[in-house]
Write a protein that binds this ligand. Structure first.
Ligand code: ADP
Ligand code: ADP
Length: 223
């Protein structure tokens, strides 16, 4: 059984076709990088796989269950309970401390504040952020903020982590450090990862790379 799968997915924004029959199947615990030129449909594919967008046709499956036919409410519960997200930047709440930001998914899942903060704390050591727990997120460097965002994406132990250009705003050395930590933590947790990037050095961290061109997944490269 695949963990995350798109089958012949088509989606247009008005007259603009973004996906024209995209298929991809990700195994449990696999880390897949989605590459391709700007405007080829990478983000749209990620948003479909993550249950954010609903395709015009085709199917999306998660853990053997079809999710594109679920109601908006059920998809949002699925995203909250089973998925983690990391985006390019600007995703932390700047007024909250780093540890409050990491704890947010747990708080949204109904975990009490003290317990949520306690679960957040080990992630600071794992992601090389020790000492920054009480720092306001708005005062973190780009690389620190992205590691906090990664901790937040993983803290609720999601079945799948969806990352859209997670190193896009970072210089290459900092980006490689974030990717190192993303891959090592996902492996330890057994988390399936779908990662959108246009950067071949970032994609090289994945188990497998797929290329999106003109709204289709049309090439496979095994790392
Ligand atoms: P990529 O992530 O590969 O850069 P996208 O999935 O963002 O590509 O976009 C694919 C195509 O769909 C592009 O032509 C883009 O302009 C268009 N598109 C994406 N999102 C929207 C939207 N919300 N409204 C209109 N067009 C969109
Ligand atoms: P990425 O760099 O990840 O491909 P973009 O900068 O293309 O992301 O898009 C950022 C956001 O804007 C996304 O939510 C996408 O759906 C939306 N978007 C992209 N292209 C268009 C468009 N032509 N019209 C409206 N919204 C768009």
């Amino acid at each position: 059984m695949t963990a995350v799968e798109a089958r012949d997915v088509k989606l247009s924004f008005g007259e603009t076709p973004a996906l024209r029959g995209a298929s991809v199947a990700v195994e449990p615990g696999e880390i897949v990088a989605v590459m391709g030129p700007s405007g080829s449909g990478k983000s749209t594919l990620l948003h479909c796989l993550a249950g954010i967008l609903v395709p015009d046709s085709g199917e999306i499956h998660f853990d053997g269950r079809r999710i594109d036919t679920l109601s908006e409410t059920r998809r949002s519960v699925l995203r909250r309970d089973r998925f983690g997200f990391v985006f390019q930047s600007g995703q932390l709440v700047p007024e909250l401390t780093a540890e409050e930001n990491v704890a947010l998914p747990l708080l949204l899942n109904g975990v009490k504040r003290a317990a949520a903060l306690k679960e957040a704390r080990p992630w600071f050591q794992r992601l090389d952020l020790t000492g920054l727990e009480r720092r306001r997120s708005g005062e973190l460097s780009g690389g620190q903020a992205q590691r906090v965002a990664l901790a937040r994406g993983l803290v609720a132990r999601p079945g799948a982590l969806f990352a859209d250009e997670p190193t896009g705003a970072l210089d290459s050395l900092t980006g490689e450090q974030v990717m190192d930590l993303l891959v090592s933590s996902a492996r330890e947790e057994g988390t399936t990862v779908v990662l959108v990037t246009h950067d071949a050095r970032v994609a090289a961290y994945a188990d497998r790379q797929v290329i999106v061109r003109d709204g289709k997944v049309n090439a496979l490269v095994t790392a």
